[in-house]
Design a binder for this molecule. Sequence first.
Ligand SMILES: [Zn+2]
Length: 65
Amino acid sequence: MDREPRNNHFHIHWIKKKILDWEPFDTHADAQARAQELAGPNEIFTVEELSVKCPVCGGKAATAN
Ligand SMILES: [Zn+2]
């Protein structure tokens, strides 16, 4: 059994578009499965693990301060 730290999460990285997908995933497997659904035949992606300092979610989720 593995426990993942709550703050770490995964995003799909679309290589050709050079963007990280906005949608966060709890597990690598979830992100991978979703990416395979979304990806076109010639699309290339990787799944990136991100921490609390995520550039995608970091800005909008928290309104602390
Ligand atoms: Zn994120």
